[in-house]
Design a protein around this ligand. Structure first.
Ligand SMILES: Cc1cc2nc3c(=O)[nH]c(=O)nc-3n(C[C@H](O)[C@H](O)[C@H](O)COP(=O)(O)OP(=O)(O)OC[C@H]3O[C@@H](n4cnc5c(N)ncnc54)[C@H](O)[C@@H]3O)c2cc1C
Length: 246
């Protein structure tokens, strides 16, 4: 039997202060999307140049179903507020660690620096130094520590795990498996790599785009070209003259 770990070469990519993204399993590839599209005409690959052109055509004209035959399974560790944004993406399967079954570890997201409210993008934030970052971080950490202390105290007082967790903040780290096909993953990346998305989830999206690029380089290049990326923080990932790596 081939164990799943032996099928992927992905190491966990560390994200934020304690999180990660790891590719658990992958099925398909550029050729799978091509073959799935060409089954309509009863044929398969017609060589690299024609196959690349077909992928671009499919994406451009929103013939997205051939990409649904390529599937990525990820193991993710992120703060709950990031997971909440993630789980809005309905095209995928989630299984998350249960704070009803097991005790939550003392693992919270502590940013290096707080950002200030963006005046243009009302949801967003930008770098700024209009406050004492060190002082506010100390205050924040004290509040997080107090929450965890309350959690432990509720547990030791006999309160059930499913209720004690109510004391924990959304900065608490959680873990889940997410399985999504390439079509859904591209939708996720286009929304969550974008400058309008929160910086923390963009860090995860960038790492997953790197994995996508390694596994499906032709599709990634076509997607990037059609999408016309400008907001990407990872310039190497989104450069227009990207070299394929796999
Ligand atoms: C920058 C940003 C800000 C956001 N702000 C908010 C906010 O303030 N409040 C808030 O509630 N959400 C917010 N969201 C979440 C957003 O509204 C989406 O829920 C989330 O991005 C998932 O996108 P999706 O529906 O395309 O993905 P998926 O759920 O994975 O769906 C993929 C695609 O499938 C199709 N689809 C899925 N379900 C249906 C359906 N029921 N009917 C028809 N077509 C369907 C659509 O074409 C959709 O694009 C925000 C997202 C971003 C990126």
């Amino acid at each position: 039997m081939t164990k799943t770990e032996q099928k992927t070469d992905s190491h966990p990519r560390n994200i934020l202060d304690k999180g990660f993204v790891k590719l658990v399993d992958f099925m398909g590839g550029d050729d799978r999307a091509v073959d799935s599209a060409r089954v309509s005409f009863g044929s398969k690959s017609k060589g690299e140049e024609q196959d690349k052109r077909l992928i671009e055509y499919l994406l451009k004209h929103q013939h997205h179903t051939p990409f649904e035959h390529c599937v990525f399974q990820f193991h993710i560790k992120c703060p709950i507020f990031v997971a909440r944004q993630w789980m809005r993406h309905r095209w995928g399967s989630f299984n998350e660690i249960s704070a009803r079954y097991s005790q939550v570890k003392e693992e919270f997201y502590i940013p290096e620096k707080f950002r200030v409210q963006d005046k243009l993008n009302k949801q967003g934030s930008v770098n700024g130094n209009s406050f004492d970052n060190e002082k506010l971080l100390t205050e924040y950490s004290a509040s997080i520590t107090a929450s965890y202390k309350t959690y432990k105290s509720l547990l030791s007082g006999g309160v059930a795990r499913e209720m004690a967790r109510m004391a924990l903040p959304v900065a608490q780290y959680t873990q889940f498996y997410w399985t999504a096909n390439a079509r859904s993953l591209l939708n996720f990346l286009s929304l969550r790599m974008d400058a309008h998305a929160q910086l923390e989830i963009r860090e995860y999206a960038d790492a997953m785009a790197e994995i996508f690029r390694q596994k499906m380089p032709w599709t990634w290049n076509a997607f990037k070209k059609i999408q016309g990326y400008t907001g990407c923080r990872n310039k190497a990932l989104c450069a227009s003259d990207d070299k394929e790596t796999a």
